[in-house]
Design a protein around this ligand. Structure first.
Ligand SMILES: [Zn+2]
Length: 629
């Protein structure tokens, strides 16, 4: 069956485009000849799916696609029929004037006709005849397909000016209804003209290619398989690929990391689903020698980061998309702004991954230092022999506390143990845990419900283990702290610890410090994002033996988020502390220190190898060893 678009007859229709409209070509003759169909340019809808066959001559059946463009099918006598979905707008006319044409609908049980002889079922049920499409010129007036081509070229010129698509690098793709427009490869994007574009359907099949010219041998952009991921997996309206300097540079600032992150910036609001206080995360994938080899890792990053609207490619650039071309452009603009901001802030020693310090809580330990002295102190600590700063820290450590509250990761235990041992162990063992028969059915059920909540279809028995294994691994890889998955991890760790397969690491200076604090009649407590049970296991099965006798209590995030002041106020109450100031909190995370301080606790930041660097002007005391506790 011949299929093409009326607005540009070089742009073919395909089975995939018909499929997107819910329509298809039906082989063979009608099983039962039903009523004949009225011909003309009137557009109508039917109340049920119908299949049209031509029994004499030939006819055009026009279907209106999702962008108001007419897709024309030429149906001939003896050839296949066209099954059309009820809610698709259509119209039928004779292919050749003067040659008798007879079009019939496949016989159905419906007896809807009754408006008199000669009225077909289709016409009789055509409740919404749309007059504005009655004119033969409609196909050319209503649909301005060429505007999409012009728009693509105009955006290329703008993005060239912005430095996103220079040196023939970078490209863009816009979806219009069921057609996807893409730029050719290796051309100067700022000089592109409308007839040099490619058109594809949703499966990636090319339905129109630009004609070769003396100096122009067209080739489809190498980004095409990457663009198709965004169209197919995210239903994108447009995708941009930028080679901007800043997009490349941030991947080097985050060298060795899988994500770019920034928080507390107004422009984050421009990214769909994000607010000012959110941490914007853009996954980073590694570059390859050829652009199209990136397709698999880009697809994987999209699966792992369902909220991401973009993916960075190391030392290369950015892929960014949106529901419409306007959204994709806005996302591109906001991201490039945020990349520039991160680079500038980082070069000036500012931290773009933490929230700003408000004027009320700014300053130093005793809240009395002014900016100049805190600046001085920053310089002192950075020189390494800051006697005055050391004295102050010592004083802070020996103050009259009743409780010392420790974070785990980056404080008592290397971050690398959690990231490189504990988490991989849970993902490596999840399948064995599910298959071994010791998995708690309530936890498994919780994971299933969570997967369904994510919009995934949970398969039945045969594929269930493989599905849940992959799901848990994806959630852990995305660093999501969902309760059901956390519980599963806890159960897996417990069996690892008790079987002896797993042993935790605490720094050598930790057990003696705990002992001294206890000997002084004070309490050692833990506050960590890992579940309390997992914390207790970690100290029970440590490389320094069972440390539980030294510990008084454990807190996890069920008491509140670690970056919120009220969690620390709650902990002080739970500890029975008369005044939060009698609690000393030790952590490696600046925001946690700020939150604890806001609640009135004294706070010290632990600096250990492998911890994230702190901004220069944080204003907290720091320790690199627990020897002084
Ligand atoms: Zn590229």
């Amino acid at each position: 069956m011949e299929l093409y678009y009326l607005d540009n007859q070089f742009e073919r229709g395909t089975q995939a485009i018909l499929g997107e409209l819910g329509c298809r070509v039906v082989k063979g003759a009608p099983r039962m000849t039903g009523p004949s169909v009225e011909k003309g340019l009137l557009e109508y809808q039917c109340e049920e799916d119908v299949t049209l066959f031509v029994t004499e001559g030939a006819a055009f059946v026009d279907l209106r696609d999702t962008a108001d463009c007419w897709l024309r099918a030429k149906v001939v006598a003896g050839g296949p029929g066209l099954q059309i979905k009820a809610d698709v707008f259509r119209r039928v006319q004779e292919a050749v004037k003067g040659i008798p044409t007879s079009i019939v609908q496949e016989g159905s049980s419906s007896k809807k006709e009754g408006n008199g002889k000669g009225k077909s079922a289709a016409a009789a049920t055509a409740a919404q005849v749309v007059r504005r499409y009655a004119n033969p010129r409609d196909a050319f007036d209503v649909i301005e397909y060429h505007k999409v081509r012009e728009l693509t070229c105009e955006l290329c010129r703008q993005f060239f000016q912005a430095g996103w698509v220079t040196g023939t690098g970078g490209s863009i793709s816009i979806r219009h209804g069921n057609r996807i427009y893409m730029t050719p490869s290796g051309v100067q994007k700022e000089r592109l003209v409308p007839n040099e574009l490619y058109v594809l359907d949703i499966t990636g099949e090319v339905i129109d290619s630009p004609a070769p010219k003396p100096n122009f041998r067209p080739k489809l952009t190498d980004c095409s398989p990457l663009f198709m991921h965004a169209f197919q997996m995210r239903n994108a309206g447009a995708v941009l690929h930028s080679h901007a300097y800043s997009a490349n540079m941030v991947t080097q600032l985050f060298d060795g990391k899988k994500e770019f992150q920034i928080t507390h910036q107004e422009m984050i609001k421009g990214i769909a689903g994000h607010g000012y206080r959110d941490t914007l995360v853009v996954p980073i994938i590694e570059n390859t020698a050829h652009e199209n080899e990136l397709a698999d890792s880009l697809g994987e990053a999209m699966r792992q980061y369902p909220n991401a609207v973009a993916v960075l490619v190391r030392r290369h650039g950015l892929y960014v998309w949106g529901n419409t071309w306007e959204a994709a452009k806005r996302h591109g603009e906001c991201l490039h702004y945020l990349f520039d901001m991160a680079l500038q802030m980082s070069s000036m020693g500012f931290d773009f991954m933490t929230k700003p310090t408000s004027a009320i809580t700014a300053g130093c330990f005793d809240c009395s230092e002014d900016t100049s002295s805190s600046k001085k102190r920053a310089v002192e600590s950075s020189t390494g022999d800051a006697v005055a700063a050391k004295k102050k820290t010592k004083k802070a450590l020996t103050a009259d506390y009743t409780h010392v509250l420790f974070d785990i990761e980056g404080t008592t235990t290397p971050i690398s143990f959690v990231k490189e041992v504990l988490f991989p162990y849970s993902t490596d063992m999840v399948q064995a845990w599910l298959e071994g028969g010791q998995a708690d059915p309530a936890i498994v059920e919780g994971i299933k419900q969570q997967a369904e909540g994510d919009g995934l279809k949970v398969p039945s028995n045969g594929e269930l283990v493989a599905f849940l294994t992959k799901y848990v691994q994806d959630i852990v890889a995305a660093d999501r702290k969902d309760p059901a998955v956390k519980k599963a991890q806890g159960a897996i760790w417990e069996s690892g610890y008790t079987s002896g397969a797993l042993k935790s690491i605490v720094y050598d200076d930790v057990p003696p410090a705990f002992q001294r604090i206890k000997d002084a009649g004070k309490h050692v407590c833990i506050y960590s994002s890992g579940a309390r049970k997992a914390q207790r296991l970690l100290f029970q099965y440590s490389d320094h033996g069972d440390l539980r006798p030294l510990l008084s209590c454990y807190f996890d995030t069920t008491i509140g988020h670690k970056r919120e002041a009220k969690s620390y106020a709650e902990i002080a109450l739970s500890l029975g502390a008369e005044d939060p100031a009698t609690v000393l909190f030790v952590t490696d995370v600046l925001e946690e220190a700020q939150a604890a301080k806001e609640a009135g606790m004294h706070t010290i930041i632990s600096i250990r190898d492998g911890n994230l660097p702190l901004p220069k002007k944080h204003g907290f005391h720091t320790v690199t060893t627990f020897a002084d506790f």
